[in-house]
Design a protein around this ligand. Sequence first.
Ligand code: ZN
Length: 393
Amino acid sequence: MAFLEWGEDARRLVAERPVFDAHADSLQRALDLGHDLGARGPGHLDLERGRQGGLGALVFVSWVDPKFIDAGPHGARDRTRGLLGEFHRLIERHPEAVGFAGNGVAADSLRRSGRVAGIPGIEGGHSIEESLDELEWFFERGVRVMTLVWNNHLSWIRSCQPGAGSHVPEGLSEFGRSVVRRMNRLGMVVDLSHAGERSFYDTLEVATAPVIASHSGCKAICDHQRNLTDDQLRALARQGGVVGIVFCMPFLSRAAGAEDQRLRETPGYKALADPNSTLEFLRQSDYLQLHAAPLEADVVVDHICHAVEVAGIDHVGLGSDYDGIQRTPRGLEGAECYGTLAELLLRRGFSVQDVRKVLGLNMQRVFAAATGPGTRAATQGLVSLSTPPFVSA
Ligand SMILES: [Zn+2]
């Protein structure tokens, strides 16, 4: 239940199901906890709550817990395959509620038919193991968005985190450039959230289709390495790209990040440790949501407004990171709440059409451009994974 009433305009907007959320991690709840994302459940996002909140398209991200990366050869790749398998199962189980959107045309028609346009994504190029063949394997099985790098540095791209070793390039290596070029040819959206600054600019230089930063905030408002500088926002806009403003506390407000950190040190939080890291994450997230001093949804709108001022109204969207963040601002507790943003943006003087752009039209435009005519995504069907349970090759 939203903390503030949505007015008539916001309710009408939500009924159009305009939301294109560029980043959510819900697949790991399906894989590790057996949650059916087609039914109302715990966590932040499922299709029922999404319907209530006006969700029309969603990037279902395969995020790889570091423990799988550290597990040795193929750790990240196999985990990604397992998570992608959950996406395939979801669309098989709930064809009335969600479908595979392999390109912008499919996404648009799914949304118009009342279903969620489901777009598989990969968070971190570790999953392709320095192989363009692996990249194609994932593409054929539906992946249309890849965050080039997560917080771990790769041999071909540096992330935004400190501590890169000498084997890590300053930005994007020659192989990294070939990844971006291949993604553009295939019709996969290049995602630069988590990328280091030099990697960010190197990628803009080589990309031939608009790129996104799927889940980031504005550094001018909150100085966090995961956020974008004003120069980055302007460069993204010049290239035709879009930033998806994230709902993650430490990126939105330093005080909120410190509050989370304080609570993580408490016995109550620590007592929720569990060998199942996804269950632990869910329980500890609920704990933070309950005990932390709340942060109002207005802070997300502050980041949106700043990004709009700097990059322009056509270059700002949403990337909630639902089920990948521990707690949410008040009023954005889950996928039923996107309308809160519509209401707050309208109150700040945005026109209905400008709110539509931020909620989804801008992301849809980039997705359509990157997967459009001339790319393989325009014609490629979905190659099925092995029947469940997924067995990795
Ligand atoms: Zn992320």
